[in-house]
Structure formats: structure tokens, C-alpha cells
Write a protein that binds this ligand. Structure first.
Ligand SMILES: Nc1ncnc2c1ncn2[C@@H]1O[C@H](COP(=O)(O)OP(=O)(O)OP(=O)(O)O)[C@@H](O)[C@H]1O
Length: 293
């Protein structure tokens, strides 16, 4: 079954242009009937279907426990699903791979290595045939992109939380993955640093046409960054006693202009409507509560 979409099709989509044939481009990633049960008979989520097109930025939002990280781990190949398939360019994902870069909330840097060596380690794994000069040029390019050139020979303990998270992002981008998987990458940062890194991430994603799947709890972050936002509901017991697994309850297409900025976001037509729609979902529908009278 297709997930409902927001805004309603009549408002969101212009009439189809019948003068050109429909696109035959297959999505980069296709998730079909995905389910995961840690406890038999009570899957965290089930029947999760979505696709990611190349160059698209998709965020997933939902309350704690609905299964966001589990889905991301399955896409990363770090966890096996109980049901369904994840296909990347038509091939099943069943293990980690360098075509998928992952950034977690904790930066997961190697504390004994400098920024340069942390990133070089990833680059050397991706291109083992590269010379030392090629590796170093790639490292410097991505360290520069996240504004850390001055800290390239420092170790993680000498960096702030925001700087460490930038190193994690530079490392993920430096292997030029076909898809980037971000699990609340800015969750531990203060609001100011978070805003700066959001701007940087957006600039890099636009520059590199990167495909991104990102988990966030921050509605404004999703509205700023995402082309589409997947709203997930939690598994719960329905009033009739049936167990209802978590699922993607709705797919929200971001109608705001793609060249938006953090500062200008709340001045854009449609911003408050979109924000209220997502917040309403989180407050009244995401946990499976019956609609209030
Ligand atoms: N390895 C595991 N063994 C048993 N249960 C697990 C395991 N991993 C996750 N779970 C359970 O699955 C559910 C979904 O977890 P998950 O971390 O995917 O949720 P989430 O939506 O990412 O939550 P949060 O927003 O808090 O990070 C939770 O109830 C969690 O306790």
C-alpha cells in the first residue's frame, strides 16, 4: 500500500507534463516490505516501503523507539531485517560497504590518530591503490570543506564536540559514498554549532549532489535539509487488543524552494503550515493514540 503524502496531490503536484515520457530512472535505493522483530510477534516496524532517488535528501522523524536507527542500521548493512528487502541499484544490501557512508551521533573517531590520519584511514580503505599524495590531497579537500584545515594535525581530544562531528562528516564524504546515512549527527551539539554545521552540510550536499538518508528529532532541521520527510509511527497495542507495528505513516514532500537557508526559513510561504503538520503528527498520531474528539 502506498503511504499517504503531504501536501495533498491536488495542491502539491502540478498536472503531469504529458509532452515528455515518464522518467525511467530507477531509484538509487528501494526498501520493500521491511520489518524487524526483536521480540517474536511484536515487530518494531513492518511493511516499510520507500525509495531514495540519486541526489535526494530524505529525513525520517518519529518518536523514540519507533525504529529509525534500526532502519538506518539495516540500510548500512549493520543489522539484518526480519522481513523485506533493501536494494541498492538493484542489489540486495546484506553487509556494510564503502558505497554507503555512515555518521552516528557519537563521532567514532580513532582517538590516537590525528584528523588527517583518521580520514586518510578511510580513504586508503576505499582506494588502496592510491599514492600517498593522492590520499593526502583527498583528505585535505574534505577537511577544507568542513573548515578544519587549521586543525588537520590535531588529535580528537584537542577538538571541540562540533569539530569532532565535522571530522566525522568529512570522513564520511571523503570516501565519496553513493549514499550517506546520518543518525542524528548533530544531536549532541549546542544550538549555535548545530546551525553552523547544518549550513555546512547543506552546502556540501548541494555541491556534491549527495544522496542522504538522515534521522533527526528536530522538525526545523528536517524542513531545512530534506526534500522529503518520512513520518514514522510507533508500534502500539490498539484498543481492540491487536498489536500494530511501527510504520511510515506519511511521506511529506517539502514544498519549500530548495535554495532555502536556515535564517530565511521561517519567512517562506508554507513554512508554518508544514511545521504545524509535522508537529501535529508527532503530538496526535505518531504514538497510535486515537484522534481526540
Ligand atoms: N539489539 C536489540 N535488541 C533488542 N531490542 C532492540 C535492539 N535494538 C533496538 N531494539 C529495540 O527496538 C526499538 C527501536 O529501536 P531504535 O533504536 O531503532 O529506535 P529509534 O526510533 O531510533 O529510537 P531513538 O529515537 O530513541 O534513537 C526499541 O524499542 C529498542 O529497544
Amino acid at each position: 500500500m502506498l503511504s499517504p503524502t503531504y501536501p495533498p496531490a491536488a495542491v502539491a503536484a502540478p498536472p503531469p507534463d504529458l509532452s515528455t515520457p515518464p522518467s525511467v530512472d530507477a531509484p538509487l535505493l528501494r526498501v520493500e516490505g521491511l520489518g524487524k522483530a526483536f521480540v517474536p510477534g511484536r515487530p518494531v516496524f513492518a511493511g516499510v516501503d520507500f525509495a531514495l532517488n540519486a541526489g535526494e535528501f530524505v529525513c525520517v522523524i518519529g518518536h523514540s523507539g519507533c525504529g529509525k536507527t534500526t532502519i538506518l542500521n539495516v540500510l548500512a548493512g549493520l543489522e539484518q531485517a526480519s522481513a523485506g528487502h533493501v536494494l541498492m541499484s538493484g542489489r540486495e544490501i546484506d553487509s556494510p560497504g564503502l558505497e554507503r557512508g555512515v555518521v552516528f551521533q557519537g563521532h567514532a573517531l580513532m582517538p590516537w590518530l590525528t584528523v588527517r590520519r583518521n580520514i586518510a584511514f578511510a580513504v586508503e580503505s576505499r582506494w588502496p591503490q592510491w599514492s600517498r599524495e593522492q590520499v593526502d590531497a583527498q583528505v585535505r579537500r574534505f577537511v577544507d570543506l568542513v573548515g578544519l584545515s587549521a586543525a588537520i594535525d590535531k588529535k580528537p581530544a584537542q577538538l571541540s564536540g562540533g569539530m569532532k562531528q565535522r571530522v566525522g562528516i568529512a570522513r564520511a564524504f571523503s570516501i565519496q559514498p553513493r549514499m550517506l546515512l546520518l543518525d542524528e549527527p548533530f544531536g549532541a551539539l549546542d544550538a549555535l554549532t548545530r546551525g553552523t554545521i547544518q549550513d555546512e552540510l547543506m552546502a556540501i550536499v548541494r555541491e556534491t549532489a549527495q544522496t542522504v538518508f538522515m534521522i533527526t528529532h528536530d522538525v526545523d532541521e528536517a524542513i531545512l535539509l530534506a526534500d522529503r520527510i518520512l513520518l514514522m509511527s510507533n508500534g502500539h497495542d490498539a484498543p481492540d487488543g491487536r498489536y500494530v507495528p511501527g510504520r511510515i505513516a506519511e511521506v511529506v514532500v517539502n514544498p519549500l524552494p530548495r535554495e532555502r537557508t536556515r535564517r530565511g526559513l521561517h519567512h517562506l510561504d508554507g513554512y508554518y503550515e508544514l511545521r504545524n503538520h509535522i508537529v501535529d503528527f508527532l503530538v496526535s498520531r505518531a504514538l497510535g493514540a486515537p484522534p481526540s474528539a
